[in-house]
Design a protein around this ligand. Structure first.
Ligand code: AHG
Ligand code: MN
Ligand code: MN
Length: 327
């Protein structure tokens, strides 16, 4: 029987994961749905933060040496709770946790490792600017139960990645290795519904996104690039939340950069739960994510919280950066 047309969008995340071609393993789908549940709960906390007085700092720093916001901790707790409830999750790693958190042994399920930045863009929380949750899913398949080490794999081994953006609407952007899909949280339905099955990033766009305040620290090639953009009609856009800057780059095109600085000689952004998931999404949408001519996804991690410079976006725009860095 042909399916009767209905006016509202009922292609929820669960329906779309079950219908995707090639199919998504049910265990992987369950991990993605656990992340979506945590995202819905975090969205509610972010929306009500000023009402429930959960803005502001906790009063101590995290392993990154950064002051933790109350919402960082709340978001981290919600992600760990929802992921621990999911039988397919073996190990978690978070920007807000010193070490990997083993949830269950491989022998008891635990087929996946989930790495995440529970709340990206913390400095923007108090001013109602877009923030988000970034996630990366790896197979927990190292030999002899080396579960805690399953988080230290190159980004090329990711089986899924994406982010939940708490902006003017709540969006979920996801790749499982066959393109990028986008969902919007329908508050009345209480679920994410599919709005774009195959996001493609524009090949070029004269927008560059980086924090020019550090311009004097950047290696010379970045300054040659910036001088070139200022003579070639580029627009500067920088929100200061990676998740929002990358989302704009995905939809409008352009290039996002976080170069080495004096404070962060390896760049500020973390490889495992910021750069890798965003690089996977950008590449799957037809973009490029490379530093020093090498794909970010090919970097072999040595440490859980290691940092990397980031250059990602439209192929033509990344080429302009690479050309000036090489000169
Ligand atoms: P987080 O809030 O998870 O610590 O991440 C903040 C990051 C990232 O979101 C953003 O791109 C970058 O910090 C902005 O750094 P600057 O303020 O140095 O530009
Ligand atoms: Mn972050
Ligand atoms: Mn964070």
């Amino acid at each position: 029987m042909a399916k009767p047309p209905v006016s509202e969008n009922l292609t929820t995340l669960s329906v779309h994961l079950a219908a995707r071609k090639p199919s998504v393993a049910p265990e992987l789908a369950s991990v993605i749905e656990a992340i979506a549940l945590a995202g819905k709960s975090i969205a509610r906390k972010v929306r009500r933060a000023r009402i429930e007085d959960v803005l502001g700092q906790v009063g101590h720093t995290n392993v990154q040496g950064e002051a933790q916001e109350k919402l960082d901790v709340l978001s981290n707790d919600l992600m760990l709770h929802c992921l621990s409830e999911c039988p397919a999750v073996g190990v978690c790693a978070s920007e807000e946790e010193d070490e990997a958190v083993v949830v269950r042994p491989r022998s008891d399920g635990g087929a996946y490792a989930v790495l995440f930045d529970p709340l990206d863009g913390s400095s923007n929380i108090n001013v109602a600017v877009g923030v988000g949750t970034i996630f990366s899913i790896l197979p927990n398949d190292l030999p002899d139960e080396r579960t805690a080490e399953a988080v230290l794999q190159p980004g090329s081994r990711q089986v899924a990645a994406g982010y939940v953006l708490y902006g003017s609407s709540v969006l979920l952007v996801l790749t499982t290795g066959d393109g990028v899909s986008m969902y919007v949280l329908d508050p009345e339905l209480g679920d994410f519904v599919l709005v774009e099955p195959s996001l493609r990033l524009p090949a070029e766009r004269k927008i560059y996104s980086l924090n020019e305040a550090y311009r004097r620290d950047f290696p010379a090639g970045y300054n040659r690039y910036l001088d070139w953009t200022h003579e070639n009609g580029y627009a500067a856009r920088y929100i200061g939340s990676m998740v929002a800057d990358v989302h704009r780059t995905l939809l409008k095109g352009g290039v996002f950069l976080y170069p080495p600085t004096a404070v962060n000689p390896d760049g500020k952004l973390r490889l495992l739960y910021e750069a890798n998931p965003m690089a996977f999404v950008v590449e799957q949408a037809g973009g490029v994510a490379a530093v020093g001519g090498r794909r970010i996804l090919e970097i072999s991690p040595e440490a859980l919280h290691q940092r990397t410079p980031v250059i990602l976006g439209s192929p033509v725009e990344v080429d302009h950066v690479t050309r000036h860095l090489a000169d």
